[in-house]
Design a protein around this ligand. Structure first.
Ligand code: GLA
Length: 728
């Protein structure tokens, strides 16, 4: 057997046909470092998920995991690995179809499976399923990242029926989890109010998290969530599952507490107004659903997901990031060459790597002097920039800094030449009045001509300006009146829009693989691992008031690594520049302030903070993050980052409550250090002229993690950064 496969299939390590005799179910365990997902092929050829939890030490014992308890006369489908619709299943399906003959029933039986070892860490289990009556197939894929305890799951659907088949629902993943209670934490928000958490115990029935906004789909609710099992998990204790649909369009996550008290989780593209027509012989690949399970609380789950993201998903996740000066809030649309020349000098003076020119640099017939005109016309505005972008890249070079630029290539103002020339490229209902968000409409990326146009906007910028070093890619509108003049079948539109967007981004990344690009969407309107595959960073919120940011960044950090979080120091709020900068340093640091208006002390502080940031960037960008003390339950929020060698760490502490005597009255325990190493502790990022109240001293890691240190946060010392350096 072994030789046969070794000879015939170099990559496919194992192909197992269904047991020829119907006497025993076949068990397929998928193991990671700490966990196991166990699938079972029953004698009825249905594939069920019988276990998801801690890995067993004796692999053979997976065979002894019994079927979950199911009430008598139940449909027997509760724990299907991919629940079909219209046959014996009567619960929420993962897949629903209308066959070529109009029949709406589907059954999926096991055919075979393969396990492909991609490298030492990554392996892929693919299970082929087929309907016994219709020529309709589904392949379930489980890609496991062993060391990170992360799984990505997706499905490939195809058929050879005589005519088109309509996919009425086509989820990426279907999990079945057994526990004594499930606590869902999910998030809601709006512009400047991103990532507001809610946690509740799930009751029977279905709780659905979804978006129907088409683009900028996270505006009300992002596609990330966590479920604690048995009891609400804390940072360091409890079992918790994190999930994210890797899809930058309408998504849907159903969490169904079934009649057997188990959790059915179905996640993928939202089928709302999206029945997808699939031609015979064509494969439909769903987006991936990524998840991780930890039995050591929310902290470990985050670190697993963050390390997976840096290693496998985010562009250049293991590389450096550029600090920058942005001009959005310092100039808005009002700038010209002399003003920008000064800002380029300021960039150098401040000591950051790059100047980022924001919105307002384009449009001539309809100049982009406000948000009501010009979007779509990507020629340089001659009145503001008579010497073009070349002048800016040249001036940047003269100042020894890099240059980046803002685009919003998926959108159009009705007041634009693009709209005049190509009204059929715009998402709108031809017979209904137009309705706008921020005076703009969305371009129809399901149309290949529009894809070409959007690609060419960014491609032209790079080819005409080879020194261009950074792109901020914005997306400010949701879709109203969704309709495509291109699509023959309107139901395909929402899904094809995102495929079109990814097609453009695939082409751009093939040509410009590493150039830093920020994923912005009027704030955090579009953050998910489908999009982050193409971006180096994202913009969590337009809200940069630093106390607000402590909360937003805290919640984002459950799912996304710090190096991807673009944090800009701005003039939002009343906190001093030290507080604002300290908070921004917890991710990818940037500034959006008028440098020339900074007082000498403020400028000196910022210049020194950038140096401190670079000194600790290894810990912040590529290290492990520990949320030490929550802003929700304490006067003081505390977060630390430890580099991979456990030799260098930094602890961030902020006062988030202004009641009388608010502050740290007890030491805060550090985490993630080596107990046996000695560490020198000192307050860093001090404002010029202030003295630290914390004595420089050396402690063991054990002391710092058992007794802790008090950062002495109080009124007048509202933000304190503590550097932790190994002493050899
Ligand atoms: C959005 C972004 C901002 C800025 C403006 C420009 O609102 O979130 O950062 O780029 O667009 O119009």
């Amino acid at each position: 057997m072994k030789n046969f496969f070794a000879q015939n299939f170099a990559i496919v390590l194992l192909t197992v046909a269904l047991y020829p005799f119907d006497t025993k179910a076949q068990t397929i365990p998928i193991e990671s470092k700490d966990n196991a997902i166990v699938l079972q092929v029953g004698t009825d050829k249905h594939v069920d998920m019988i276990y998801f939890g801690g890995k067993l030490s004796a692999k053979g014992e997976y065979d002894y995991i019994g079927k979950p308890y199911l009430p008598e006369n139940s449909t027997d489908y509760y724990n299907s690995a991919y629940t079909p619709s219209g046959s014996r299943n009567l619960l929420e399906p993962a897949i629903a179809v209308t066959h070529a003959d109009g029949n709406k029933s589907l059954d999926l039986e096991y055919v075979n499976h393969t396990i492909t070892k991609i490298n030492d860490d990554v392996s892929l289990l693919s299970i082929n399923l087929k309907d016994p009556v219709y020529d309709f197939e589904v392949t379930l894929n489980y890609q496991t990242y062993f060391n990170e305890n992360v799984t990505e799951q997706w499905s490939v659907i195809k058929h050879h029926e005589k005519k088109d088949v309509v996919l009425n629902k086509y989820a990426s993943a279907n999990l079945y989890i057994q526990a004594g209670g499930y606590w869902l934490k999910n998030f809601h928000g709006y512009w400047a109010q991103e990532m507001r958490p809610e946690e509740e115990k799930l009751t029977h029935g279905i709780k659905t998290l979804d978006s129907k906004l088409g683009s900028r789909t996270d505006l009300f609710q992002p596609p990330v969530f966590m479920v604690s099992l048995n009891k609400p998990a804390t940072e360091d204790e409890g079992e918790v599952l994190y999930g994210n649909v890797e899809w930058s369009g309408n998504y849907r996550i159903d969490l169904e507490l079934d009649p057997a008290n188990n959790l059915r989780l179905i996640a993928g593209i939202n089928n709302y107004a999206a029945d997808y027509t699939l031609k015979p012989g064509v494969e439909f690949t769903t987006p991936k659903f990524v998840y991780t399970l930890s039995d050591k609380g929310k902290g470990e789950a985050s670190r697993n997901l963050q390390s997976w993201a840096r290693k496998y998903k985010i562009v250049d996740g293991e590389g450096p990031r550029l600090t920058l000066l942005n001009n959005w809030e310092s100039t808005y649309f009002d700038f010209d060459e002399p003003k920008l020349s000064n800002l380029l000098k300021n960039t150098k003076e401040l000591g950051v790597d790059l100047f980022l020119l924001d919105d307002g640099w384009f449009g001539n017939k309809y100049p982009r002097n406000g948000d009501h005109a010009g979007l779509g016309d990507w020629e340089v505005n001659k009145a503001k920039l008579p010497d073009g972008i070349a002048f800016l890249t040249k001036t940047a070079k003269e100042n020894g800094v890099k240059f980046g630029i803002w685009v919003e290539p998926e959108m159009v103002n009705p007041k634009s030449e693009l709209y005049e020339k190509h009204p059929d490229w715009v998402v709108k209902q031809p017979q209904r009045p137009e309705y706008y968000m921020r005076n703009q409409l969305v371009l129809d990326l399901s149309n290949p001509k529009v894809q070409e146009y959007v690609f060419s906007i960014v491609d032209n910028l790079f080819s005409k300006n080879p020194d261009l070093a950074y792109i901020k890619w914005d997306c400010n509108s949701i879709m109203y009146n969704a309709y495509s003049a291109y699509e023959k079948n309107q139901s395909n539109f929402y899904t094809d829009y995102v495929f079109g967007l990814y097609h453009v981004l695939d082409r751009l990344r093939a040509k410009y693989p590493k150039v830093p690009m920020m994923l912005c969407s009027g704030g955090g309107g579009r953050v998910d691992y489908g999009a982050l595959k193409y971006f180096t960073e994202y913009w969590p919120s337009d809200n940069t008031e630093p106390i607000e940011r402590v909360f937003i960044q805290w919640e984002d950090s459950y799912f996304y690594p710090a190096l991807a979080s673009s944090n800009h120091v701005t003039n939002w709020g009343k906190q001093p520049i030290k507080f604002r900068t300290d908070v921004a340093m917890m991710g990818k640091l940037g500034f959006d302030v008028v440098v020339s208006q900074l007082k000498p002390d403020e400028l000196a502080y910022c210049q020194q903070a950038i140096k401190t940031y670079k000194q600790y960037s290894e810990a912040i960008w590529h290290g492990d993050q520990y949320r030490l003390q929550s802003p929700w339950d304490n006067d003081v929020a505390s977060v630390m980052y430890v580099d991979q060698s456990k030799g260098s760490a930094i602890m961030f502490n902020y006062l988030v409550n202004n009641r009388y005597a608010a502050g740290t009255h007890l030491p805060i325990l550090l985490k993630g250090l080596d107990p046996d190493k000695s560490y020198a502790i000192s307050e860093v990022n001090l404002y010029p002229g202030t003295r630290s109240t914390i004595a420089n001293a050396t402690y063991t890691g054990k002391f710092l993690m058992t007794v802790g240190i008090n950062p002495d946060i109080r009124e007048g010392r509202a933000s304190v950064l503590i550097g932790v350096q190994e002493v050899k």
